[in-house]
Design a protein around this ligand. Structure first.
Ligand code: VG1
Ligand code: CO
Length: 555
């Protein structure tokens, strides 16, 4: 209700009902609904999805909603609309990042810190931005994590039958001005997107130790890729930790990420990679993606694969103050290498293998079964939030290096000398014809029962299956989470179709081979994986189905 000043009486804010019809294909994928901006710009498109979320989560009286995004093109438009819709759907309060900005991990933290009932995160992560590029919407629940499949399934069902969405008549708010405003009967607070997150990082890590290393000459470069982590990295690395001005490059978030893919890998962060392999390399190079949840770690002359990073961080995490004496378990997504499993085994703690996507870690983290988790796709995180967290991983690396007084390369070598090395690569075949990709996967699955015992080059298949996961906490089952082919020598190939692409299908082929500490731990990854690459081609008929003999991207 709102007071009508002229008449001196209470009136209800009028809720406007807008008729609509369902759109096909609003299924939330691995990490929310992702489509081209042009698709999202259609009348009712974003509104249908947001209303479907509200219809499913049914905000209770007093409920607060967090809204923020990675600043890409179309971010502000959707935020203004979402605020009006939240007011019409009964939210009491919206917390929105200044300028519409909240990195994905920061949004997760804000949801948790302020006890919000959930949040809308607007991002297409590492995908390019701009009028002809990608946009996305994801709903996170009260624990700060991406909605689990039970919720996204209901949202999808709702999008298929939606007939109207609710809004109120209200002007756009000033997203750039900190403080509270009223929209209908709802309070909107525009908050500093960086402060709470930076404070949290300072509680978790030994900033003094890092500052000391910096003052004794420890150097870094952080490439924010013109995406959301710029302001966070500036505040934490340069202002609070004392790294030299200019340590953070591409630190201003741009709506089109400067025309690049904000994807922190060796292809899209090539400049950083070249610097780190050259004579002027600082001690560590790092980067994050569009929405700030991924990380890339490169030492002087040494790239660390995300799978190795997870294992190395897990092995050293108790160096960081907030984790001392409390590493309960590790979780990794199925395609992530088993390097972390060896650490868990050595430490006598469990290691969980989940399907791809951070939503599968939520229950394990909530139940205290795991403290750290990670994915081969450059995602690492812990129980401090319920999303993967790019800067968190970078800071944990810094904390470990500062305290152990060791280089990235030395740390990696010491790790492999103890645990052995999991050579690992992912080959992506992008924008493949969707029907062809589906046929490839279908034929592959049809072959599974008879694959065991078959030989591909020097490799003999020991087991092959379609990965199915039973959540150890709520016992929900997720089937068809990727095809695994395991060989007798312990190596493996995994096949999956991406759930985040916006164009055709992306086939991901994951390759892994283990060498014990006594074996070849300093060889070239590409060479070491040749037998697995050849086997993957033969088993899946990649060239036959996709018309491609080589991947578009190797990470
Ligand atoms: C990819 C990665 C997955 C990650 C997901 C979201 O999914 O493989 O590990 O969780 O992106 O990451 P897919 O279905 O395309 O393989 V992020 O940084 O986009 O939100
Ligand atoms: Co991301």
């Amino acid at each position: 209700m709102r007071r009508n000043v002229l008449l001196g009486e209470w009136v209800l804010t009028e809720i406007v009902t807008v008729p609509t019809a369902p759109f096909d294909g609003q299924a939330p994928g691995t990490s929310g609904l992702r489509k081209k901006v042009r698709v999202f710009q259609q009348a009712n498109y974003a509104e249908n999805f947001i209303q479907s979320v509200f219809d499913v989560v049914k905000p209770q009286p007093g409920a607060a909603l967090v809204i923020g995004g990675d600043g890409r093109f179309h971010n502000r438009t959707v935020i203004q609309q979402a605020i009006r819709m939240a007011a019409a759907n009964g939210y009491a309060r919206v917390l929105v990042g200044q300028g519409g900005i909240l990195s994905t991990p920061a949004a997760s933290h804000v949801i948790r810190k302020y006890g919000a009932s959930g949040g809308l995160i607007l991002s297409a992560s590492h995908n390019p931005g701009g009028p002809d590029e990608d946009f996305g919407i994801k709903y996170n629940i009260a624990n700060g994590g991406p909605a689990p499949e039970s919720v996204t399934g209901e949202i999808l069902a709702r999008t298929r039958e939606i007939a109207f969405w609710l809004t109120i008549e209200a002007e756009d708010i000033d997203l750039d001005r900190l403080g509270e405003v009223t929209v209908g009967d709802m309070t909107v607070e525009v908050l500093d997107p960086v402060a709470d997150y930076a404070d949290l990082m300072e509680q978790l890590f030994d900033f003094d130790a890092i500052r000391k290393a910096v003052s004794s000459g420890f150097t870094m470069r952080f490439d924010a890729m013109s995406a959301v982590t710029g302001p966070y990295a500036m505040e934490i690395l340069e202002n609070r930790l004392g790294f030299a001005p200019g340590t953070v490059v591409n630190g201003t978030p741009l709506e089109d990420f400067g025309g690049h893919h904000p994807d922190p890998n060796l292809i899209h962060a090539k400049e950083l990679y070249d610097l780190m392999m050259g004579p002027d390399a600082p001690d560590i190079g790092a980067a994050s993606d569009g929405d700030g949840d991924r990380n890339l770690i490169i030492g002087r002359g040494r790239f660390i694969t995300p799978s190795d990073s997870l294992a190395m961080l897990a092995a050293n995490i108790e160096i960081a103050p907030a984790y001392r004496g409390r590493l309960s378990g590790i979780a990794r997504s199925m395609p992530t290498s088993a390097a972390a499993d060896r650490v868990a085994e050595a430490l006598g703690i469990p290691c969980f293998e989940t399907p791809t996507g951070w939503k599968f870690f939520g229950n394990l983290l909530d139940a205290g079964k795991v403290t750290i988790c990670g994915e081969e796709s450059a995602g690492t995180g812990s129980d401090h939030v319920r999303e993967k967290d790019g800067l968190w991983a970078v800071l944990l690396w810094l904390n470990i290096l500062a305290v152990r007084d060791i280089s990235v390369d030395q740390l990696a070598r010491t790790h492999w000398a103890r645990f052995g090395r999991n050579y690992y690569a992912r080959h992506d075949y992008e924008a493949v014809d969707s029907a062809a990709a589906a046929t490839l996967m279908d034929e592959l699955k049809a072959r599974l029962p008879t694959l065991a015992g078959e030989m591909f080059g020097s490799l003999t298949v020991s087991r092959a299956d379609s990965f199915s996961y039973t959540d150890p906490v709520d016992h929900s089952v997720s089937e068809n989470q990727g095809v695994r082919v395991l060989f007798e020598d312990g190596s493996r190939v995994v096949f999956r179709l991406s759930g985040t692409g916006t164009q055709g299908a992306t086939l991901r082929v994951y390759l892994e081979r283990y060498e014990p500490a006594t074996g070849a731990i300093d060889a070239e990854t590409g060479v070491m994986l040749e037998p697995q690459i050849a086997a993957a081609h033969e088993i899946a008929g990649i060239a036959h189905h996709t018309g491609r003999s080589a991947p578009d991207v190797v990470t």
